[in-house]
Ligand binder design. Structure first.
Ligand SMILES: *Cc1c(COP(=O)(O)O)cnc(C)c1O
Length: 379
């Protein structure tokens, strides 16, 4: 089955009870048993629920995995991966990282005795310098947030394999429409399904997908033991979102390209960060591991003025000033005052998060309206 069919049918069966084409929302915590232990595959909804199972099968299918797991948020999914580790273990992670992931690693898991090395992985050779006998996990985000750096998944996977270390890839920005990390050698794919997979800014959810049965069993154990599951209503919404992932992504990419090119030609704009430009430092890796370049675009203004950037995001009418990304509607964010406000100025400027940086999640509205909105807002 090809990807555009998998988003609709992958891992799905019509409901056995009445043939419902869409999976019913099994809003139940428990299931009747005829004699103790004799049930129809479901005993208690923390452990499993038929609506969640349908979604987990869809997750596995679209990422070319064998097993999918759904969680109550992206961070709950990441938390479950970290629970594979124990005190004394070490993790090598990208430094341009989703802020909540950084907070979970440093404020929770460092306290439990896990050591993290945050490094720029645009140069994959650097990774090996940080691997020792305690290293158990490499954590990669690509494209990164908000600088749109690209990390070579295939080479990172071969390094991980050589040292017998797990490679987990946060595939939230790219989605499986653009890149499928398991096929490139990653062991675990993670999603904030809150973003593109759900696609309609109406739920918070996380996902993990793996190929290996033993690894899946450990993660299912953690999912059930720790209990950070999603409810059946949200599972239904995510399933509905996934059905249009491919056509939404196609338009996100088209509009992202149009917006990136408009900004690159605007006299008031200094830098535009978008992996589709040939001038992007890892454009060739993006081209080889991604089908297209996505709908996330960041930019800075000439003069790098804080007040001017605030004016621009306030002036926008179709783009909504908001956290998050990946919905059908276009959003704009100002990392310095929003997502990255807690990072010291010196630290954030090292990775390029400067005062005038604006991050756009380009939606699927009409391209002309989006460009007209940016033109009037930038002035
Ligand atoms: C939003 C996001 C997360 C966290 O997911 P939640 O669903 O908000 O918990 C992790 N990684 C990336 C890249 C994200 O954008």
């Amino acid at each position: 089955m090809k990807f555009n069919t998998k988003t609709i049918h992958g891992g799905q069966k019509h409901d056995p009870a009445y043939g419902a084409v869409m999976p019913p929302i099994y809003q139940t915590s428990t299931y009747a048993q005829t004699t103790p232990g004799d049930h129809k595959g479901y005993a208690y909804s923390r452990t499993s629920n038929p609506t969640r199972s349908a979604l987990e099968h869809a997750f596995a299918s679209i990422e070319n995995g064998n097993y999918g797991l759904a969680f109550g948020s992206g961070l709950a999914a990441i938390d479950s991966v970290l629970k594979l580790l124990k005190s004394g273990d070490e993790v090598v992670s990208t430094n341009d990282l989703y802020g909540g992931t950084y907070r979970l690693f440093t404020k929770i898991y460092e306290e439990f005795g896990i050591k993290f090395h945050f490094i720029g992985m645009e140069n994959v050779e650097r990774i090996e310098d940080y691997i020792n006998e305690n290293t158990k996990l490499i954590w990669v985000e690509t494209p990164t947030n908000p600088m749109m750096n690209i990390i070579d998944i295939k080479t990172t996977a071969s390094i991980a394999k050589k040292h017998d270390v797990l490679l987990a890839v946060d595939n939230t920005f790219a989605t499986p429409y653009l890149q499928q990390p398991l096929d490139l050698g990653a062991n675990i794919v993670m999603h904030s399904a809150t973003k593109y997979l759900g696609g309609h800014s109406d739920l918070v959810m996380g996902a993990l997908i793996v190929k290996d049965k033993a690894l899946a069993d450990r993660l299912y154990f953690i999912q059930n033991a720790s209990g950070a599951i999603c409810g059946p209503q949200d599972a239904f919404l995510a399933l509905r979102g996934i059905k249009t992932l491919h056509i939404r992504m196609q338009r996100h990419c088209e509009n992202g390209k149009a917006v990136a090119e408009f900004l690159a030609n605007h006299p008031k704009i200094e830098n535009v960060y978008w992996p589709g430009f040939e001038s992007h430092p890892n454009h060739n890796i993006a081209k080889s591991q991604m089908k297209d370049f996505g709908g996330m675009v960041s930019f800075t203004t000439k003069g790098n003025d804080y007040e001017e950037a605030i004016k621009i995001v306030e002036n926008l009418k179709i783009f909504t000033l908001a956290e998050s990304l990946g919905g059908v509607e276009s959003l704009a964010g100002h990392p310095v005052s929003m997502t990255h406000a807690s990072i010291p100025k010196e630290e954030r400027e090292k990775i390029g998060v400067v005062d005038s940086l604006i991050r756009l999640s380009v939606g699927i509205e009409d391209e002309d309206d989006l460009i007209a909105d940016l033109r009037q807002a930038i002035g």
